[in-house]
Structure formats: C-alpha cells, structure tokens
Design a protein around this ligand. Sequence first.
Ligand SMILES: Cc1ncc(COP(=O)(O)O)c(C=O)c1O
Length: 482
Amino acid sequence: MTVGFDRRKVETVRHDNTTNRIGSPAHDDLVAQDARHVLHPWADLSTLGIQKSLIISRARGVEVRDSRGRTYLDAIGGMWCVTVGYGREELVDAMQQQARRMAYFTPFGDISSEPAARLAAMLAELSPGDLNRVQFTTGGSTAVESAVRIAHYYHAARGRPEKHHVLSRVNAYHGGTYLTASLSGKEADRTAFHYESGWVHHLENPVYDPDNSPVSARERLDGLVAGMAAAIEQIGAEKIACFVAEPVLASGGVLVPPPGYHRAVLELCRRHDILYISDEVVTGFGRLGHFFASESRFGIVPDMIVTAKGLTSGYQPLGAVLVSDRVADSLVRTADPAKPVFSNGFTYSGHPVACATAIANIEVMTREDICGHVREVGPYFIQRLRELRRSPIVAAVRGDHLMACVECHVPGENGPTARNQALARRVDAHCESAGLLVRPYENLCILSPPLVVTTEEIDRIVDILAASLDRAENDLRADVIR
Ligand SMILES: Cc1ncc(COP(=O)(O)O)c(C=O)c1O
C-alpha cells in the first residue's frame, strides 16, 4: 500500500532526456572542470584537484539523475531541505513570474517587496506564540548568526553589554560562517580554521538513546539540566546572552534529547534572562511533522526560531529569524534615539524570487497536508530502519519522523574510529551503486528523504540499505576494509 501522494497527479516540469554518458566529452569536461576549479563545502582536501564529483543534472519527485543518466533515490532530501519533491511546476512558475515581474530590489531600510511582506505574514501565522517579527536572511548560517546578533543587541540596548556569551552544545551544527562555525560543536569540523572560544561555550551533547543508555530518561534529563545549571553558575548568568539549540541535533548525528528536555532548559533560560534560540533549520518545515517543531513537538515557545532549507524546499536560498514581539518591542523601546538603526542584514535578505518560491512552497505543503503525511509515514520510516539493527555492523539507529541515521561499527569497536568510518563509507558506496544516495558523515549514514516520500519508496530505501549493509559486512569479513 502506498500512503500519501499519488505523484502521477502532481504536475512536474518536463525534462529533455539528453544525458552525458561517461566518456562523452560533456560528462568528462564537467568532471574535469569541477576537479580543477571548485572548492566544495566540506571538501576532502586529500583529493582536491583529482576529485571525481557526482554531477547531478536532473531531478523529479524523490529521484535525481546524474550527468551519465543514472537515477538515484534521494534519501538525503538535497541536504535536509527538499519538502515537496523535485520539479514542482507551481514552485517553478512562482520563481519565473517573480523574476519576470521584479527580480530584485534592495530590502534595506523601509523598502520591501510584495513577496517578502506576504511571506513574513505567513510565517508569523505559522509560528507559535508571539513570534511575529521576521528578519529575512540568505540561508541558515546567516539566520543563526543574525539571531545571536539580535540577542546581543537586546541585552546591550538594555544596558547590559557584558551579557554577550553564547551557550551551544557539543555535536551541534549551526553553520559555516565564523560565528556559527564557532557555535558548532562537532569535533571533526574543528580544523585549522580559527574559532571564537572566549565567549562561546559548549554544553554536553544532550542525546538520550533508550536502546543504548545505562540510565533512565528521567536520570538523563536531571543530569543534563544540572549540568546546564552548573555551567550558567560558572560562567555567570549576567554574562550569558542566549542559548542556541537544534530541537533534534541534525548533522551531529540525529541526536534526540530525553522527553521534557526542551521545557526544562527553557525554564532555566527564563530564570536567568537568557534568550532561547531554536535552530529549526532542519526540524522546521515538516521534517518532524509540523511547520515548526518547537511548540508542536516539544511544547516550548522560544524567543526566536531560525528557519531555512525546507522554507523554499531547496528551490532557492533563503533563511529567516522569527523574533518574538517581546524581544522585538524591546529593541524598539531601548534603541539609542540618536542612532536607532538596526545594522544587520544582507543585500539578498528576503530576495523577492526566493520569497515568492517560499510562498508557493507553503501553499503546496498546506494544500497537500504534507505535515500530516509526515506524521503518517514518519513512524513507519523509523520502524523499518530499526529492523536494520539486526545487522552486526549496525551500532545504533536513531531518528524522529523523516530525520534518521544508521550508525555503523566494526563489532566491538565504538565511535567514529578510522575503521568504523571506512565501513560506513563502504555502506554509502554500495548504496550509491544500487541507486540510493545517503549522506555519509563519520561512521553514520544520515537519511532525510523528501517529505513526499511514500511507504513504497521507504521500503526501497530500507531494502537497498539492508543489502548494502550485508555487502559491507562481507567486505569486512574479507578484510578489505581498513
Ligand atoms: C541545524 C542547522 N543550522 C544551520 C545550518 C546552516 O544552514 P546553511 O547551510 O543554509 O547556511 C544548517 C545546515 O545544515 C543546519 O543543519
């Protein structure tokens, strides 16, 4: 049975069928140009210049095609961002019409565009509590960074500039700008770059995995709250501006905190006048079955919510910070009358074409009740993935609705050791050769399919993954993984 969409009825853009076969000049030229000139985000520097990138050239529904004409089921969702699937005519039309009408004009000061104004009103409507003020940005990193800057402004304008320290967590990921990279707490990403450490602090990774935890959820929660309280005491609440947190830590390994964590932590923040910034760049826009997970899933109304990715289903780059009226009104009340300028934003903040795309995306998501669909298929996805725990090379399966990961290990060896990472890469490679793209990270295979995925496609994803795990286990036995 297929739950959810009948994609035969969905209008998608038409493709021409030209492909560039391997050995054809077009394909080889592209790969060579990429190797010669592109520095990819998170590039493996040991292969820079000789990398043989997969060049994705077409996409429709939940499938993408490479420049050689090979088709893959996309279990990455682009990069956590594809909600309504690829090639949706309505989104393409919205982009085209807005580009024709007015592609760009400055968003600075008191100039706006029709899509930005309309989208801001829609986001205020969708978001919880009094989060009614929207600052648009260009993506997730610029939105997280803007949220922290708003927290800085909020406290400084109220006469407390020393309240500028930021609390984050080990294994968090908040972006690739200087500040957001400093907030991120993934050890593997800490390389020769420089990071702010004086006023950025990382609390413990809050994961609670009922399958592998020696303590109860309650004990884990109490420990986490006590740890945070002690950190606040040690740093000094009078110095802390904000706490930045993904409701479920995404690329750090799909880490789900114990029940009650979000509420308890919000309470602690309120007690110490620390603003709570919920980074919903991944969890927002339906991935956990709601437009925003903060209140609907975790029962909290934070001071700010950050969104990006699924906001446009990945069709355009866009990010936004949703700010509570309480905080926004305070900025207005406390601004220096001689200099009442809110000096934060970007040339492409709330780009009209991106905002028009987001409006079309929200309209499609609402009409097709895509959040409801995720609430229906999400538990099935997790249940099917959990069957993979029978493989001896699976250490854990974690997830929530349509964000999940399979952690691989050589039996008896724990964590992201070199061999465990090589094993996970082997699983990814087998998946790719069988027509499934999963996202490799350390010893994890991360999965976040487009939200329109059906139960049949979920079965295909899990079946390919199961076969790839078996093949990798055989490789391990044959001692070809080092
Ligand atoms: C939770 C979270 N926050 C922020 C970001 C940064 O978003 P962007 O890459 O659009 O700048 C990401 C990106 O993966 C993310 O996962």
